[in-house]
Design a protein around this ligand. Structure first.
Ligand code: EPU
Length: 356
């Protein structure tokens, strides 16, 4: 009657190891690849269970969020930790800010909608960005004048060696343009060393709109709405993004494929001398950000393809999967673009997504 319950050898309580998992549905580029072993992380304690597991504990790990910033060129031998931690709640109502906490597995856009529905505005400019809440701080997602670092209170992580939790305040995350401590694996970097389990957002009170982007100004002029509320801005951002960016559910892609390069004022003057039309934005520190999409477009890449990988015809900064692309084709296309932009402008474009 009381026979000991024997667990299959590859399972620990609460931990299921799936084998040979097709990753195509789990990366927004819809590239084919197989994970030899995959574990779903549904709560922070699951990370602890992985660390304590006799085989998985020592094996290399690969943390997968929404897979929206990823180019898979081959099968993944490392143990894939697919982060699916749910939940959104108001943690604190401070006089100067709402603090909202969300599980790393929540879809980013669902969080933006939840905050607006509950009366905590401040994320509306970041509407419709694909991917999960846990991935947002990794590359410091940004759009229309706001980066997630501007709204981030702290990040909860689990250490992949000790299995212990830690709460990292925004100040230690070393945020930069599409960059953070979570992207680096060198000294002090946390890539491959920790899993983001929850994120705390700080939404300032009183709310102030972030306008000033050409597309938002255009909407204001068109509609005659001079003082839009957060919901109005959200609707505009959704419309603007839908008009020029492909929906990953319909056309595989990873958003902007390259970062906008930052150059010195002198380098910029030099390029303007040769290409007066180049779109550029002076930065507060005197440097200048160049529009990579404009440069790629100027080199004639819109609509061009390599196998199943193509340059999106409405935004040259976005590479898309025409249906049956392989990761290697995406990489070949990206390299050809880098070479042609370098040949014409002397600028090396840096990819935004992680290539595996
Ligand atoms: N442009 C062209 N041809 C193109 C693409 C762009 O001439 O094919 C010109 C545009 O007309 C515009 C300029 O280049 O004058 C910049 O383009 P856009 O406003 O579309 O923005 P972006 O610099 O290409 C960045 C972010 C986006 C973000 C938008 C809005 C990066 C790498 N990309 O794009 O983020 O949504 O600004 O803030 O910083 C992402 O990271 O995945 C992403 C979509």
């Amino acid at each position: 009657m009381s026979a000991a319950l024997s667990l299959p050898s590859n399972e620990a309580p609460g931990l299921v190891i799936e084998t040979d998992v097709n990753l195509k549905p789990y990366n927004s580029f819809a590239l084919p690849a197989v994970a030899r072993r995959l574990v779903r992380i549904r709560e922070a304690a699951d990370v602890r269970r992985v660390v304590d597991h006799p085989e998985l504990g020592r094996a290399p790990k690969f943390v997968l969020g929404g897979g929206s910033n990823l180019v898979l060129t081959r099968d993944v031998d490392a143990v894939v930790l697919k982060v699916e931690i749910p939940g959104i709640r108001l943690l604190e109502a401070r006089e100067d800010a709402w603090i909202v906490e969300a599980g790393a597995g929540v879809a980013w856009h669902a969080l933006v909608q939840w905050t607006l529905d509950h009366g905590y505005p401040g994320l509306e400019n970041l509407a419709l960005i694909p991917g999960t809440v846990g991935a947002a701080p990794v590359q410091n997602i940004g759009a229309y004048g706001i980066e997630v670092k501007d709204r981030l209170e702290a990040v909860e992580v689990m250490d992949l060696v000790t299995g212990r939790p830690a709460l990292l305040p925004a100040a230690v995350c070393r945020f930069g343009y599409r960059d953070s401590v979570f992207k680096h694996d060198g000294f002090g970097g946390l890539a491959g060393k920790s899993v983001i389990t929850r994120v705390r957002l700080r939404l300032p009170r009183p709310w102030r709109p972030v306008l000033g982007y050409l597309e938002l100004e255009r909407k204001m002029a068109e509609t005659g709405i001079a003082a839009p509320d957060a919901r109005q801005i959200f609707d505009w951002i959704v419309a603007v993004r839908r008009a020029k960016l492909p929906d990953p559910a319909a056309i595989g892609n990873a958003g902007s494929f390259f970062k906008n390069p930052v150059v010195t004022a002198e380098q910029c003057r030099d390029i303007i001398g040769r290409d007066p039309g180049i779109v550029h934005y002076p930065m507060a520190d005197g440097s200048v950000k160049l529009a990579a999409g404009w440069m790629i477009d100027a080199c004639g890449w819109k609509g061009k393809s390599v196998g199943g990988a193509a340059v999106y015809d409405k935004q040259a900064l976005v590479l898309v999967n025409k249906g049956d692309a392989r990761g290697a084709e995406v990489v070949t296309l990206a390299r050809a673009i880098q070479e042609s932009v370098y040949g014409r402008f002397g600028i090396r474009l840096e990819p935004e997504p992680v290539v595996v």
